[in-house]
Design a protein around this ligand. Structure first.
Ligand code: ADP
Ligand code: MG
Length: 749
């Protein structure tokens, strides 16, 4: 993947934007459980009361509470509260009697604004411990016995429920409590201070009681809080949703755009490949690389941006948030993470090798499919359908098996994941319930903890998923990189030389030896060959003797390993390839036609070829008669690969295509092989006329095709074993005589 970073550069800004948005999304996702916990803890359990420092306390309550406070706390309260009456107005001009409907004649104490958080929490603590102290007093033996003496009733179990505190009843006990020995109260205060874990809960309860006393509608108060937090949650969810959509949008764009760029690069690279590079990569593999492999990269980028960045953010963020909620339950998350990572490790160690081999299997499938479909005629002719079917099925089955195997393992993974997640929930509830019972944890916090734990587990799962996608994509990236980093061996020279006008059409091959890449021996050895303008030069030899190889050096499809090839007086390495090839009309051994009609095929070499030129070329190539027989004429559509014309017709169209560009040099690589003798002869005659001062190089296996050539080279096993005219060679060259005598009658020899 790193190898392809160059191609990622244009998307750098986009990737950064996506990462930033992922942070926003993670922030939203991580804060939602917190708010949910607030709704449960504060909204529902505390009736919407956020703070145990009451905003307002009736004067009676204020005095009563102070009974259970030490001097410092009393001073704090008198500094922090102001006495108001029903007819006073609050800073916004509203009457206190409107806010606190049951405010009595004694008035109420209102919490001053602008107090520091520290002061507020001290006030909370003061009210909380005071409430605890009150409970301690009521649970004391002195209180119990005094109450029964007074004929009063204490709670059956001597305890007091803090729910539904009736302040009126409480205030009624004021005188009685004050009459108790002062050390009872002092002890109660001291006990409360020592056991303050319940203080904040008590402060909240007493605050609620004070509010009720003042006539605040607690139902509305609670609703208010829940709606407020709910609205915030909605907003956060909305922001999170928008960033999710935007991240997807951006990453999909980046993925597809990168894929497009890669395909473009691969294609233009491959188009510049010389034959030696094509020999290195099979066509099937090049196709897989530019489709399937590019797809892998696209998938990685589209999904990967999300997984690679979001998962770690969520993982770390989730752990921090969860630990914040309850440090003592961290071990549960640790167990969950260890089991998820363990599961993933097992699964990936099994599937990873399979994932890696997938690409090769796709390659193989493409190769077999291509070969069979291209050679379908041969397959049928030789009755090898079953053999090819088996070959295809084998490749197909291999791929299917691998896919199935991977899918099966993945199918196991999902339920296992769910099991771990559900187990995790149960464990959290189990352990959490105990903490809640001990008042060490609130219900809302446990619920939030559960959600954070899920986030953590999920993100670890995603992080491990990266280990599937990344190796898979990096195999693909490597394969793409192999293509992109292959520099064509045959390139244009820095400063191209000019052709020598006086040597127009002259082809000279001097002391050339040639070896294919990776081949053991030389395909050509020490070749000296000259083709002159206005002459026909022929090459004859057995198949595999090196004829096509020799010819392919002239348009520089390959570079000679040793020696030099000169066209129009300059070395082919020193001139611009496009210019060189525009001087050569090359008809390959295997005629290839492009999709399009006959006219566009003939005019393939140059956009400016006129209709007249097309017709002339077709006429010389002896293609005119069969073209005219078609109802569409030159408009006749050529099917893919030229399958709807005969082999001989295809050859003639290929010849016409070479003629149409009007080159200096004509090269026919066994291009008359599919023609009948009559057409062969007619074509050569027309050609001789048409190419009057051009250089004609004909490769043939039929002696009759070349026996009138001005000069004939006999090639055998990569060496030239004879040269001269037909007559000379018959006398001097044993190899030529053997070929000729096998083809011609005794009288012709
Ligand atoms: P001819 O055209 O005379 O039938 P070729 O020039 O096609 O023969 O082939 C000459 C020799 O080079 C043969 O032995 C052949 O196997 C080998 N050859 C041809 N093309 C390649 C190639 N692309 N890579 C390696 N060897 C090749
Ligand atoms: Mg050949």
């Amino acid at each position: 993947m790193i190898k392809l970073r160059k191609y990622l550069k244009p998307f750098f800004a986009g990737i950064l934007a996506a990462i930033a948005l992922l942070f926003v999304q993670a922030f939203c996702d991580l804060s939602l459980p917190n708010y949910m916990s607030d709704i449960v803890n504060v909204g529902i359990q505390q009736k919407g009361i956020e703070s145990g420092a009451p905003e307002a306390v009736s004067a009676d309550g204020f005095e009563f509470a102070q009974i259970f406070m030490n001097d410092r706390q009393k001073a704090l309260l008198s500094d922090s509260y102001t006495l108001v009456s029903a007819t006073d107005t609050d800073p916004s001009g509203k009457l206190y009697s409107e806010t606190y409907k049951s405010i009595g004649e004694n008035g109420a104490y209102i919490l001053n604004s602008g107090l520091s958080d520290e002061t507020i929490s001290e006030i909370e603590n003061a009210f909380g411990t005071a409430t605890l102290a009150l409970i301690n007093v009521m649970q004391s033996d002195e209180f119990g016995s005094a109450m029964s003496q007074n004929g009063g009733q204490s709670s059956p179990d001597g305890s007091m429920s803090l729910e539904d505190v009736d302040v009126a009843q409480m205030y009624a006990m004021k005188d009685f409590i004050l009459s108790m020995p002062s050390e009872v109260i002092e002890n109660a205060i001291a006990d409360a201070a020592n056991n303050s874990s319940l203080a904040s809960q008590c402060a909240i309860t007493i605050t609620g009681a004070f509010y009720t006393e003042l006539g605040v509608d607690m139902g509305a108060y609670e609703m208010n809080y829940i709606v407020k937090i709910g609205a915030v949650m909605l907003l956060i969810a909305l922001i999170g949703g928008v960033s999710t959509v935007m991240v997807n949008f951006i990453s999909t764009r980046i993925g597809t755009a990168l894929a497009r760029n890669l395909r473009k690069e691969i294609f233009s690279k491959v188009a510049g490949f010389s034959n030696s590079e094509f020999d290195k990569f099979s066509t099937a593999s090049l196709v897989t690389r530019s489709t399937n492999d590019v797809m892998q990269i696209q998938v990685l980028l589209t999904m990967g941006i999300r997984m690679m960045f979001y998962a770690p953010i969520m993982g770390i963020g989730g752990i921090i948030m969860a630990v914040n909620k309850s440090l003592s339950m961290s071990w549960i998350i640790a167990i969950a993470v260890v089991s998820i990572v363990g599961l993933m490790l097992v699964i990936f160690s099994v599937t990873l090798p399979k994932f890696k081999s997938m690409q090769k299997l796709v390659d193989r499938l493409n190769l077999v499919a291509r070969e069979t479909l291209n050679g379908l005629m041969v397959v049928r002719a030789f009755g090898r359908e079953d053999f090819e079917k088996n070959r295809f099925n084998k490749a197909n089955d291999n791929l299917t098996d691998t896919n199935l195997f991977v899918s099966r393992v993945m199918a196991v993974m999902m339920p296992a994941m769910t099991l771990i997640m559900n187990g995790l929930s149960i464990l959290i509830i189990w352990v959490g319930a105990k903490y809640i019972d001990r008042s060490a944890l609130q219900v809302g916090d446990m619920m939030a903890y559960m959600q954070y734990a899920m986030h953590v587990v999920m993100s670890f799962m995603f992080i491990s998923m990266i280990f599937i996608f990344v190796p898979r994509a990096s195999v693909a990236a490597g394969r793409i990189y192999d293509v992109l980093s292959t520099e064509p061996k045959i390139t244009n020279p820095e400063s191209p030389a000019e052709f020598v006008p006086s040597k127009k059409g002259l082809v000279e091959i001097k002391n050339v030896s040639f070896k294919y890449d990776g081949a053991d021996g030389y395909a050509l050895e020490n070749i000296n060959f000259t083709a002159k303008p206005g002459q026909t030069t022929a090459i004859i030899g057995a198949t595999g003797s090196g004829k096509s190889t020799l010819i392919s050096l002239i348009p520089r499809f390959y570079d000679a390993t040793e020696g030099e090839v000169l066209v129009n007086g300059v070395n082919v390495r020193d001139v611009n390839m496009k210019e060189l090839r525009s001087k050569i009309g090359y008809v390959p051994q295997k005629s290839v036609l492009m999709t399009g009609n006959i006219a566009t095929n003939i005019a393939y070499g140059d956009d400016n070829i006129s209709e007249e030129q097309i017709k002339t070329a077709a006429k010389v190539a002896q293609a005119e008669s069969f073209i005219n027989e078609k109802p569409e004429g030159y408009e006749y559509e050529i099917a893919q690969g030229g399958s709807n014309v005969s082999g001989g017709q295809r050859q003639r169209l290929a010849i016409a295509r070479a003629l149409a560009i009007n080159p200096d040099i004509f090269i026919f690589d066994d291009s008359f092989s599919a023609l009948d003798f009559k057409t062969d002869a007619a074509l050569r005659a027309a050609l001789r006329q048409h190419t009057a001062d051009g250089t004609v190089i004909i490769v043939a296996q039929r002696v009759s095709t070349i026996m009138n050539a001005d000069r004939i080279y006999v090639i055998d096993n990569g060496r030239i074993v004879g040269e001269g005219t037909h007559k000379e060679l018959l006398k001097n060259c044993r190899e030529y005589y053997e070929i000729a005598s096998s083809q011609l009658s005794q009288s012709e020899l």
